[in-house]
Design a protein around this ligand. Structure first.
Ligand code: 8IG
Length: 272
């Protein structure tokens, strides 16, 4: 039985072979809505289907096909990971973070985690992007659970003091003015919250709520990558505004925000 780190090394070697890219600088995990936007970054030099790589599981979410797209953005070698997998699909924490471990093993020292989320403030409205300043992990699990990492890897007791890199956030704010920051709380889902749960979230100090990102951020930090988190606010969280939440509306917000997401990525990827 190989450990998750060896499995990621194996997948990274396969990715290198299939993509023809020896080394990535930055990896971007594309959440809902972000994939359509990322199309504006240019034509990929290669597209690798993730299920052709060791250890990858196929996404079950409609509209998420698993692919790693390689492209050059103003001289920066970028891997776009499309088709993230979630705990709520029945996968383990190791399976959820495997794509991130793989692209880091393929050289990426900076990881941009994007997602779509609910919002508790009325300040950042649906369709806008917030920079993740910090997170609350409410998944009840960790990618560091299980046997200790093998020799040569950092301790499982990973320091998360600067999880969402202060340096990368400063670069983003210097490049794109007027982006708000938020604290992201990651639940397992896939149900949305009750209004009472959202009041709890508010009391705990979070302003963004979603079902992804937190485990990937921990795994990336453990591998010494710099992490940037970007959330597309897709809806007000339950009870924050009137009316029910519906998944279709969430997807529609993503669709209409796509051009601005592509423009944002095109601005920041070359300067990270
Ligand atoms: I998009 O309101 C999106 N993802 N947990 N709550 C949670 N996840 C989300 C939400 C939301 N909106």
């Amino acid at each position: 039985m190989t450990n998750p780190y060896e499995l990621a090394q194996l997948a990274a070697n396969e990715l290198r072979e299939k993509s023809g890219v020896d080394h990535y600088d930055v990896a971007v995990v594309l959440g809902s809505g972000w994939r359509e936007g990322a199309a504006a970054l240019g034509t990929p030099s290669s597209v690798v289907t993730t299920t052709s790589l060791s250890g990858f599981v196929a996404p079950t979410v409609a509209g998420h096909s698993g692919q790693i797209l390689s492209l050059d953005v103003s001289g920066v070698s970028v891997a776009l990971v499309a088709g993230r997998v979630h705990l709520y699909e029945g996968h383990t924490a190791d399976q959820v973070v495997h794509p991130v471990r793989t692209v880091i093993a393929a050289g990426a020292k900076k990881v941009v985690l994007t997602n779509a989320c609910g919002e508790l403030d009325l300040i950042v409205r649906p369709g806008n992007v917030a920079v993740i300043r910090d997170h609350l992990n409410f998944t009840g699990t960790s990618p560091m659970e299980g046997p200790p990492p093998p020799a040569g890897y950092g301790s499982r007791f990973v320091d998360l003091t600067d999880l969402y890199s202060h340096r990368l956030r400063s670069v983003v704010h210097a490049t794109v003015p007027d982006l708000h920051e938020g604290v992201y709380l990651g639940f397992r889902g896939p149900h949305y919250e009750t209004p009472a749960e959202i009041e709890m979230v508010r009391t705990l100090g979070a302003t963004l709520v979603g079902m992804s990102t937190v485990l990937e951020a921990i795994a990336a930090r453990h591998l010494d990558a710099e992490v940037l988190g970007l959330s597309l606010v897709s809806n007000f969280a339950a009870g924050v505004s009137t009316g029910p939440l519906n998944h279709l509306e969430v997807l529609e917000t993503g669709q209409s925000a796509a051009p601005s997401l592509g423009a944002l990525l095109a601005q920041i990827l070359p300067v990270l």
